[in-house]
Design a protein around this ligand. Structure first.
Ligand code: MG
Length: 279
């Protein structure tokens, strides 16, 4: 199933997308998608989707990130060998983890804002996992039971700000500089996360193309590691890292500019597409 969060005018909502459109489930027991996850994980969303609701024209909704209000967005750095090599970074004992604020992300179809202060605005296509069940110090073997589902992630990065110091925070958190969506695919539908293909296109040109069996730390290990230091809660997002081929490391570099169209496609999910504006 494909779960979406959206706005119609000023009204936020969520629902399920099928071939005929979006069924608005906001009028039920869970006004927002995360309310459902808080109440009962992915099972609560699937149960809510069994009820009927008003039908919305997908062309008239504004997509928000599938979880617009996560308590945590944890991003994993340099988690594919090809990307680690192109950045010149060595191996580390632990996964590289940094955070993004919810305000740094837009939903599918919404403009990505290239900060006026950067001339090195870059794309990173990624697979992201959404937590459905809380846990601390989760054993890797138990990690799958904590997963609600999956979505596409565009970890938009202002490289000059990212690398100006040893901390990534500024370069990864410009308002509306990244994207998540288009929807949340439940874990049962998505299936094996180690068999997925992640591709990033800019203006139709494929610049990243990898499969998730190449992740240095797989999703279960990432969940285990992050839950060592923080209690993971329903709706939390872990972006699993980007493959090789980022624009800033290309020769010549490929940076994003107003008018560019960025697409992140993950097999089994769909295409997250956004156009870049100056901001
Ligand atoms: Mg990234």
């Amino acid at each position: 199933m494909r779960f979406v969060s959206f706005r119609v005018g000023d009204r936020p909502g969520w629902g399920v997308l099928d071939d005929e459109g979006v069924v608005d489930l906001s009028g039920g027991a869970h006004p927002r998608l995360r309310d459902g996850l808080d109440a009962g994980g992915i099972d609560a969303l699937v149960e809510a989707a069994a009820a009927d609701g008003p039908r919305l024209d997908p062309d008239r909704i504004v997509f928000e990130p599938p979880v617009p209000d996560p308590r945590r967005i944890l991003c994993i750095g340099v988690n594919y060998r090809a990307h680690r090599d192109e950045t010149g970074r060595g191996d580390t004992e632990h996964p590289t983890v940094f955070v993004r604020f919810p305000s740094s992300l837009v939903g599918h179809g919404q403009p990505l804002v290239k900060p006026r202060e950067t001339r090195r605005y870059d794309y990173e296509g990624e697979l992201a996992v959404v937590i459905g069940r809380a846990g601390r110090r989760i054993d890797p073997a138990d990690a799958p039971a904590h997963i609600a589902g999956w979505t596409c992630f565009m970890d938009g990065s202002a490289r000059d700000f990212q690398f100006a110091t040893s901390q990534f925070t500024a370069g990864k958190n410009f308002d509306r500089s990244g994207a998540m969506g288009p929807w949340l695919v439940d874990a049962a539908t998505f299936g094996d996360p180690s068999r997925s293909r992640v591709r990033t296109r800019v203006n139709g040109r494929t610049l990243q193309d990898a499969t998730t069996d190449l992740l240095i730390d797989d999703v279960s290990r990432l969940i285990a590691h992050c839950s060592v230091f923080t209690t993971l809660e329903p709706g939390d997002v872990i972006a699993t890292g980007t493959p090789g081929g980022v624009g800033d490391r290309r020769d010549p570099p490929v940076h994003l500019w107003p008018g560019d169209r960025v697409e992140v496609e993950v097999d089994g999910i769909g295409v997250l597409a956004n156009e870049v504006i100056e901001g």
